[in-house]
Design a protein around this ligand. Sequence first.
Ligand SMILES: [Ca+2]
Ligand SMILES: [Ca+2]
Length: 89
Amino acid sequence: MVGLFHGEDSFTYKVNDGELDSLEGKITIQVKEVILAGDVNGDKTVNIFDLVMVASNFGKDGDDMVGDVNGDKTVNIFDLVMVASNPEN
Ligand SMILES: [Ca+2]
Ligand SMILES: [Ca+2]
């Protein structure tokens, strides 16, 4: 989906026992980018253009085929369904 945060973020914290604060701790998290199923052309949205790319290779087999959404080395109806079932607009 467009707009999902990815990258690094962090926050700091202190623990308090009611009287004293601890030293400050810091937590850093790395959020990986979500790969959108069906986003064949990598523009972070699933739409008709992705369907067209699948359709243009429909029936072809091979490694790393454009339009092979499910990675089974063939472009067929299952790839079309994965794109069509995940439209963003
Ligand atoms: Ca796309
Ligand atoms: Ca496939």
